[in-house]
Ligand binder design. Sequence first.
Ligand code: FAD
Length: 204
Amino acid sequence: MAEKLPVQADETRNETVRRGGVGGDNGRKKAIPKGVVLDKDGKPCRSCTSFRDWAEMTRKEISPPRSKEPPSTTPAAATSLPPDCPPDVETLGRSTWTLLHTIAATYPATAPPEKQAEVKTFMNIFSRIYPCWVCAEDFQHWIERPENRLVPGQEGGHLGGRASFGQWMCRAHNEVNRKLGKNEFDCRRYEERWRTGWADGRCD
Ligand SMILES: Cc1cc2nc3c(=O)[nH]c(=O)nc-3n(C[C@H](O)[C@H](O)[C@H](O)COP(=O)(O)OP(=O)(O)OC[C@H]3O[C@@H](n4cnc5c(N)ncnc54)[C@H](O)[C@@H]3O)c2cc1C
């Protein structure tokens, strides 16, 4: 479990860390806006924070892409992260889920023991090095729950084959969806979303 940050001191992490607090800056106190998550070194964590909150903290108004049109007199603040910038928590999350679900969707229908062991190792390391540390910690707790543990070679276990591993990954993602107040994904449609494409043929 990571050390508690000043902003977390008296409350639980999930509720408080995104509210922001007061960060040190060469002895001067600097207000950290609500929504900005601090890293373990006390500095704002870009990959743990949404672009919206990050931009509010840096109070930058980013110009829209250059065009031949005359510049507007009131430049609009960017509402989404430009594609060639370091990822915020959402961009990183979307890209990571794409990788994780694609790994699950291309997992063997029946996985040999060595494949099971590799994937268990990968998921364990992943849960420790994921750059959004608050996300990583919650994910570690989730995969340590007895019902979610990845045990290679276990009869009927989550790593036995594509179907069971996909359902495990779907539940893992839904856990985060619930935490963030988003709709849950219908795991019965997992294969369509991540492997075969939708039944209506729009992915073909
Ligand atoms: C391990 C992990 C932990 C995270 N923890 C946090 C956190 O603590 N706080 C935080 O702010 N963000 C967290 N994120 C990021 C967050 O999950 C989202 O990726 C981010 O908010 C962007 O969300 P989105 O609505 O664009 O779609 P995403 O949630 O990124 O989903 C991408 C696509 O996956 C599909 N999908 C959605 N749910 C499922 C599912 N259950 N199974 C299969 N497919 C699905 C949908 O088609 C969706 O469009 C985490 C990401 C990861 C990988």
